[in-house]
Design a protein around this ligand. Sequence first.
Ligand code: CU
Length: 152
Amino acid sequence: MRYAIAIVMLFCATQVWAENVVVSDASARATAPGQESATVRFSITSKKDARLVAIVSPVAGAVEIHSMTHDNGVMKMRAIEFVQLPAGKMVKLGASGNHVMLLNLKYSLKAGDNVPLTITVEFADKRKEKINVNVEVKSLSPSRNEHEQHTH
Ligand SMILES: [Cu+2]
């Protein structure tokens, strides 16, 4: 019984905290045969100063946050630990700059699919909030972004 109460309390807490962060426009491109990674785009806004610290998805063996910089014309990507979310500012994660990648995909992403993503945000007071997002898979456009062809 005590366990059940704990779960209810946890649920209520999540409901309240979920109002601090809004995620919108989550999308990914359908993957080509043999492609094992995909970029996810979304916009995220936190009411309070926070950091995006972790992302998981059941369709991917790993999800990484990457930064991308150009160094003498060479594109460099590296995994970063977190993305800063300044209070009230919409942060966009896309195919360039900071972006999110699904790695070791367990199956191909097809247009029309919805991919679940759980985003963990940590506030300045160390409290965490998890946001569940549905990523809409869009059809593969002919002018596919270079980046999505890269293996990591
Ligand atoms: Cu990347």
